[in-house]
Design a protein around this ligand. Structure first.
Ligand code: FES
Length: 103
């Protein structure tokens, strides 16, 4: 199972060893601080804002146009910003590290 590490707004690192689903769903299941997921993953709220660790940008890919429309409304965003509901965990992402907003 792929593993993902969330770095919370408090600076805590939370490792999920058997990450299945998208990064918002996983965060809610494991009660990760800072991820609300208000729209349940419909890409319409941005309460699931994360930043992907630089080492993983190529594998996760960039935000889609609809993600960017929401991300642009947030503060503290940059090229690493994604909506966690739009990033599906796969074996190729085993070891992924993301930071949870606010940053
Ligand atoms: S949960 Fe609403 S945009 Fe991700």
């Amino acid at each position: 199972m792929p593993k993902v590490t969330y770095i919370t707004p408090s600076g805590e690192s939370v490792v999920v060893e058997d990450a299945i689903g998208n990064l918002m769903e996983i965060a809610l299941e494991y009660d990760i601080e800072g991820i609300e997921g208000a729209c349940s993953g419909c890409c319409s709220c941005a309460t699931c804002h994360i930043k992907v660790h630089t080492d993983w940008l190529e594998k996760t890919g960039k935000a889609t146009e609809s993600e960017m429309d929401l991300i642009d409304l947030e503060s503290g965003t940059d090229e690493r910003s994604r909506l966690s509901c739009q990033v599906e965990m796969t074996d190729a992402l085993d070891g992924l590290v993301v930071q949870v907003a606010p940053f």
